[in-house]
Design a protein around this ligand. Structure first.
Ligand code: SAM
Length: 238
């Protein structure tokens, strides 16, 4: 399938990832935050009547049935194509392939609620091995963060610092990361900032456009920083 966007090591598809993944080759890592199958946006919101109200996705109905029929097979396909993977997960952990380690974000201020009350630990399933383990892992597999996500038109964007932590945890510079559930492109922004190549797939055109805008802004910001660093080097060398 032809990508809808290709520039500076970033390749983006506005499509159902189940149509794109079979033709994709190997990648170094998958870093993704898929739908959780928790009825996002129902009239009672997440977690039934005790939940928070969040806007629904436009192109995807976040029912448990769709999660099992669409998201789980797509995640399996993506993880199989990667040496390593980091996958944010909701309550349905048992449906996914067996993972090698459990990480997560501890947000002491609690970012959301589920049917047991405030939720202050968001799990991340880790597959494979830290890429430089012989040198000791540089990053912890649990991040403590009170960062909140920017409001960008997507119902549930992740904070950029969280995705930067996972990109740095799973890959070395210049490696390739795949996010088959790209949303507003936070993983892509993290990849551009940290010098990784990125392949992103998003089914909903409205979120895809937000992702392109954010990733291009990150490219501009990075090339400005590069330019400033080169100028500084020239001045030091002069
Ligand atoms: C939890 S959101 C990702 C949010 C993202 N981490 C961010 O920061 O914006 C999951 C996304 O998966 C998309 N999605 C659902 N089914 C999909 C499919 N089959 N192929 C591609 N994207 C899909 C939804 O439209 C939604 O934007």
């Amino acid at each position: 399938m032809k990508p809808d966007y290709e520039k500076n090591g970033v390749t983006l598809y506005c499509a159902d990832c189940r149509d794109v993944l079979p033709a994709l080759g190997k990648v170094d890592a998958v870093v993704t935050d898929p739908p959780y199958g928790i009825g996002l946006g129902g009239t009672n919101g997440i977690g039934g009547k005790h939940g928070l109200y969040l806007k629904p996705y436009v192109s995807y109905a976040d029912t448990y049935e769709n999660y099992i029929q669409q998201i789980v097979p797509a995640l399996k396909m993506a993880i199989e194509r990667a040496d390593r993977a980091a996958v944010f997960i909701g309550p349905h952990i048992h449906e996914l392939p067996k993972f090698d380690a459990l990480g997560g974000v501890y947000c002491s201020s609690a970012t959301a609620r589920h049917q047991w009350g405030f939720k202050n630990f968001l799990p991340v399933l880790l597959y494979g091995t830290y890429p430089d383990l012989q040198n000791g892992a540089k990053f912890p597999t649990v991040l403590q963060s009170n960062e909140t996500a920017e409001s960008n038109g997507h119902p549930v964007p992740k904070p950029i610092g969280w995705m930067q932590w996972l990109v740095a945890l799973t890959t070395r510079p210049a490696e390739t990361i795949l996010d088959p559930f790209m949303g507003s492109g936070t993983t892509g922004v993290a990849c551009v900032r940290l010098g990784r190549k990125f392949i992103g797939i998003e089914i909903e055109p409205k979120y895809f456009d937000i992702a392109v805008r954010r990733i291009e802004a990150a490219m501009d910001e990075t090339s400005l920083l590069d330019y400033a660093a080169k100028q500084e080097q020239m001045e030091i060398g002069a």
